[in-house]
Design a protein around this ligand. Structure first.
Ligand SMILES: [Zn+2]
Length: 164
C-alpha cells in the first residue's frame, strides 16, 4: 500500500492492461472478495460507484463522481428509474460509465465513448472488470457491445447504427 501518492490515470490504465494480458494467458485475477453491498451504502449512487471501484480495482485515492444519468434507463424498459452515471477522473482526464441492471440484481457497467458512426458519446462497451477495461484500452477483440449501444437516445438522428 503506497501512501501519499496520487494514483495517475496512466497508472490506472497500465494496471488494467496488465490485468487484460494476464487474463489472456489464463492467469486468473486475484480474488478481491465479494462486492460492496449497495443497500448498505450512503446512497444508491454511492453504492453503484463503490461496485465499479471494486470491479476495476481502483485505489482509494481515485475520485469517483456519481450522478443520475438522464438519458438511459436503469433497467430495460424502465420509465422513471435512471441509470447511474459515474465519472472516473484523475488529474485532468476522465472516463465516464453508466451502471444499469440488464439482469435483476446484477449491475452492468458500460463505458461512454464516441459512436463510430455519429460521434455522439454513447454507452459503447461493457466493462465489468479491470481486464475488460484493459482490453478496451488496447483495442483488443473480445470486448462486448454495451447493452444500450444501439438504443441510446444520445445518437444523432441520422446515425446508421441506431436500431428501432
Ligand atoms: Zn451513433
Amino acid at each position: 500500500m503506497r501512501e501519499a501518492t496520487i494514483t495517475s490515470m496512466e497508472a490506472i490504465e497500465a494496471a488494467a492492461r496488465h490485468a487484460a494480458l494476464d487474463r489472456a494467458v489464463g492467469l486468473s485475477a486475484t480474488d478481491y472478495g465479494s462486492e460492496p453491498s449497495i443497500p448498505c451504502a450512503p446512497s444508491e449512487h454511492a453504492g453503484v460507484g463503490a461496485v465499479l471501484r471494486h470491479r476495476l480495482h481502483l485505489p482509494a485515492d481515485v475520485r469517483l463522481g456519481t450522478y443520475e444519468d438522464l438519458n438511459h434507463p436503469l433497467f430495460p424498459g424502465a420509465q422513471h428509474f435512471r441509470a447511474t452515471r459515474i465519472q472516473l477522473s484523475q488529474g485532468r482526464r476522465a472516463y465516464f460509465f453508466i451502471g444499469t441492471y440488464e439482469t435483476p440484481g446484477r449491475l452492468t457497467f458500460s463505458l461512454i465513448a464516441p459512436c463510430p458512426d455519429c460521434g455522439a458519446p454513447v454507452p459503447s462497451v461493457t466493462i465489468n472488470s479491470q481486464a475488460d477495461f484493459g482490453d478496451w484500452l488496447m483495442g483488443r477483440e473480445g470486448t462486448t457491445e454495451a447493452p444500450s449501444f444501439r438504443t441510446s437516445p444520445v445518437h444523432r438522428r441520422d446515425c446508421s447504427l441506431v436500431s428501432g
